[in-house]
Design a protein around this ligand. Structure first.
Ligand SMILES: [Ca+2]
Length: 532
């Protein structure tokens, strides 16, 4: 920066020059040394001169004040005035997105966010099912700090502390959610169109998107617990595929996209934090018929490799709550489940496209941070596991794309946690980053994608804990490890087929992780909530 006088110094210099030019010191000298008449005259003359000088000084001060304001506005680093668009899909595994390498499922709209932003390859949720994951990243605490491992809002646990959207609301943002941001039951809550486990104070406005879900007219089949095919289409958290009649707007996610577009247009002239929650690809796999086309006939969909004896080295606590076996799904049904899931992902991707188009139409793409993620991952038949909850890679890893205006598109391999979103986005928007938050600020990554934010990611599922390090994935069931341990070499065994935890040569690694996990839990529980 070139050396220049500050406005204050300019003002001082000008005042000195004015005083000297006016000759006030010499006037003062004459006044003290002349006759009394002369002294009275000189006093009056001096008063007039002083008033004139004061008026000049006031004018100059005001003028310089304006200059100083303009000057500081020009010289200061501008505070980013970004909007925040948080798009969160429900139960979406990264492996179903073409920007994460999927060949089977094409997601051109989500890929556009990846192309203009940073794609995190090692982002992990903190709870591998809806309730604890959402309560965690929205409150800024790990599940074992709040104790929220069920399907509730974190509000009771955090008292009057701000949630992530509430932090933006209190900073003057218009904050709104459309559909599921905090936990909502799917499909029940969506059929009813209710608020779920929401936190009303976090939002200026909130909107639910009621939809027919499994009741949508079309061709449907219940895949789960229906081996003889006699069961019709059913509700609940069940694997059901419905090739639906009608267009996107029949469904919850179609309505969510439409409302989000409306809100972007209506609030384009103010700062906003808009949470857009899509419920697909959460079951039931319901989408308008055209989205099924790339996945028909269903038997062309590929299943993950089935390894004989795959479950032999997995502790009982590690066998997922939904498996091909307990769901009674044969290979035909499994392939249809994959096709139904991918159709739902394609439908959701099309809705993302509508929201991005609305942002562009409003001219806000360069003023808005876009985040795309999911509350947790999903099994599509790996180890014959289905759905979420497992602490294996497919369930614990999430897609995470963050597009920040002006930053170079990148791929980042640093470990990241959904918990990092609250501090990161607050920092990028120039808001205070509360020190109580348990996540880390990822913002250095957007200037240097090789920056390592953390050396491991941490996740839980109520039964156990995952510490995902660079080389090792360590899973421990029960805090005293009494329900078993899994240890995988992610370099040589990325699909986690061989549990090394029981082998003598890996006991030092197991011991190290056991200790690291205990230390991590200790730190998590020592949050500022502990005193409440
Ligand atoms: Ca979910």
């Amino acid at each position: 920066m070139p050396a220049q006088q500050t406005p204050l110094r300019q003002l001082q210099a000008l005042y000195s020059a004015l005083v000297t030019a006016d000759g006030l010191p010499s006037v003062r000298g004459r006044a003290y040394h002349g006759s009394s008449l002369s002294a009275r005259f000189m006093t009056k003359w001096k008063a007039i001169r002083f008033m004139k000088l004061s008026a000049t000084f006031c004018f100059v001060t005001a003028w310089l004040g304006c200059l100083a304001f303009v000057s500081s506005a020009e010289n200061a680093q501008p505070t980013p005035q970004y909007n925040v668009l948080l798009i969160i899909s429900d139960d979406l595994t990264a492996t179903a997105l073409s920007c994460y390498g999927s060949q089977a499922c094409q997601t051109p709209n989500i890929d556009r966010i990846a192309a203009r932003g940073t794609r995190f390859t090692r982002a992990y949720c903190q709870g591998t099912y809806c309730g604890p994951s959402r309560a965690s990243f929205l409150s800024g605490y790990y599940p074992h700090a709040t104790g929220v491992l069920g399907y509730i809002s974190p509000r009771k646990a955090i008292g009057d502390r701000e949630t992530w959207p509430q932090h933006f609301k209190n900073a003057g943002y218009y904050t709104a959610r459309v559909s599921k941001i905090f936990h909502m039951g799917v499909p029940g809550g969506i059929e009813r169109g209710d608020d779920g486990a929401d936190d009303p104070i976090s939002w200026t406005e909130r909107f639910n998107s009621q939809g027919p879900e499994w009741k949508a007219p079309g061709v449907g089949e219940t895949l789960e617990g229906n081996p003889d095919g006699k069961k019709g289409v059913v509700g609940g958290n069940t694997f059901v595929v419905v090739e639906a009649d009608g267009d996107d707007l029949v469904h919850s996610d179609g309505k969510t996209a439409a409302k989000a577009c409306e809100l972007i247009a209506a609030h384009k002239d103010e700062r906003f934090f808009l949470g857009v929650g899509f419920v697909r690809p959460h079951v039931p796999f319901v989408s308008p018929k055209p989205y099924f086309k790339p996945f028909l006939p269903f038997n062309k969909n590929m299943l993950p490799e089935k390894v004989p004896g795959d479950w032999d080295d997995i502790p009982k606590a590690g066998i997922n709550y939904k498996t091909s076996k307990n769901m009674k799904m044969d290979v035909r049904r499994q392939k249809k489940a994959v096709g139904g899931y991918f159709s739902a992902v394609s439908f959701m991707d099309a809705q993302v496209g509508k929201v991005l188009a609305a942002l562009e139409q409003a001219g806000l793409q360069d003023k808005t941070i876009i985040i795309f993620t999911s509350d947790h991952g999903y099994h599509l038949g790996e180890h014959d596991f289905w759905a979420k909850v497992s602490l294996h890679e497919e369930s614990a890893r999430v897609p995470l794309l963050i597009s920040v205006p002006g930053k170079t598109p990148a791929v980042c391999h640093s470990f990241a946690e959904l918990l990092d979103l609250f501090p990161t986005i607050s920092s990028l928007c120039g808001l205070e980053v509360p020190t109580r938050l348990q996540g880390k600020n990822l913002s250095p990554v957007f200037d240097d994608p090789t920056y390592e934010v953390r050396d491991a990611a941490f996740s839980v599922n109520g039964r156990g804990f995952l510490l995902r390090g660079d080389k090792w994935a360590y899973i421990q069931y029960a805090e005293n490890a009494s329900k078993g341990i899994e240890l995988f070499d992610m370099t040589s065994d990325p699909k986690q087929y061989t549990n090394l935890a029981g082998r003598v040569e890996f006991q030092p690694v197991v011991a190290k992780f056991k200790q690291k996990l205990a230390a991590k839990l200790k730190v998590i529980r020592a949050s500022d909530l502990a005193g409440d």
